[in-house]
Design a protein around this ligand. Structure first.
Ligand code: C2E
Ligand code: MG
Ligand code: MG
Ligand code: MG
Length: 291
């Protein structure tokens, strides 16, 4: 029981929480204002199919365009939103933004699968799947363009609600991805029980593959295991050509990282895709583009 509450604390508290309560009240007010004013935007990071160089989709990563602080990353405000009970609001906002961008891209003849991140707290909420599906279906966008990236919680591997949620999302055509595999609670039992369509090897494993044989062997084994289980394997945090070469040898399906592109605002993403197209290597346009 002590162990369990320890894990819970890791979920709900972060270093920012050690600040005084006056600061917390300010932060909460700031976040509520940001929600009301629509200060959140999505950046998109391409996912590249390693064998062909084609873009297989993009991952939506939320940013807070703060009036004073500029662009604020999710690591500094998502734990606070969870604490203040605002994470469902963020989930709706993120889905709305993604649907609007998908509509704009559709109008340009660009069809691009989009991955959305869900925090464990969002995922445990009753009615999450129904809410997402109603939201997407109301927009006229095909739910099948979405992959939902989840990081599991300590309870996930034996939680009936989790499996129900996944089944409902899949029945609507959405895919499930296990994010940050190999870290925290992203364990083998979760890989087995959730049976995601995709598994993303955490950046901490990819980082050392050029210089560390154990790191390389570990990634090789993770790729083989994921594929043996019928999953697409994605390596995250790829920053160098050397890493790409090694990952290609492991048979890894897809790569994502600064080597290809940082997360980009939607307009910059379209320009990035256009720049890749003439080389013939990246062909995201047209009806055949969707993987
Ligand atoms: P994640 O889903 O594992 O996303 C990957 C993170 O690694 C992103 O950080 C991305 O910008 C960064 N990254 C990508 N390539 C590289 C690389 O080559 N090198 C390095 N050093 N970093 C790279 P970001 O955008 O700050 O997001 C952090 C985390 O916040 C995400 O981790 C995800 O768990 C969460 N997150 C992001 N957007 C959302 C959202 O809309 N909803 C929820 N619930 N969580 C989100
Ligand atoms: Mg992710
Ligand atoms: Mg990740
Ligand atoms: Mg991560």
């Amino acid at each position: 029981e002590a162990k369990r509450s320890g894990k819970n604390q890791a979920l709900f508290y972060s270093p920012q929480m050690d600040i005084g309560s006056a600061d917390l009240i300010d932060q909460q007010r700031d976040l509520r204002r940001a929600i009301g004013m629509g200060e959140f935007v999505l950046y998109y990071q391409p996912k590249v199919e390693i064998a062909t160089g084609r873009v297989s989709g993009v991952e939506a990563l939320v940013r807070w365009m703060h009036p004073d602080k500029g662009v604020v990353g999710p690591a500094s405000f998502i734990p606070l939103m969870e604490r203040f009970g605002l994470i469902s609001d963020l989930g709706r906002i993120v889905l709305d933004l993604a649907l609007a961008d998908l509509k704009r891209w559709q109008g340009m003849g660009l069809s691009l699968p989009v991955s959305i991140n869900l925090s464990p707290q969002q995922f445990r909420r009753e009615g999450l799947a129904e809410g997402i599906i109603a939201h997407v279906e109301g927009s006229g966008i095909d739910p099948a363009v979405f992959t939902l990236e989840i990081t599991e919680t300590m309870a996930m591997d034996d939680d009936a609600r989790t499996l129900n949620t996944l089944a409902t999302l899949r029945a609507a055509g959405m895919r499930v991805s296990l994010d940050d595999f190999g870290t925290g609670y992203s364990s083998l039992s979760v890989l087995r029980d959730l049976a995601p369509e995709e598994v993303k090897i955490d950046r901490s494993f990819v980082r050392d593959i050029e210089h560390s044989r154990p790191a390389r062997e570990m990634v090789t084994a993770m790729v083989a295991m994921g594929q043996a289980l019928g999953m697409k394997v994605v390596a995250e945090g790829v920053e160098s050509a050397g890493q790409v070469a090694i990952l290609r040898n492991t048979g890894c399906d897809q790569v994502q990282g600064y080597f290809y592109s940082m997360p980009l605002p939607a307009a910059d993403l379209v320009m990035w895709l256009d720049r890749q197209a003439p080389s013939g290597a990246l062909l995201p346009h047209g009806p055949d583009a969707t993987v």
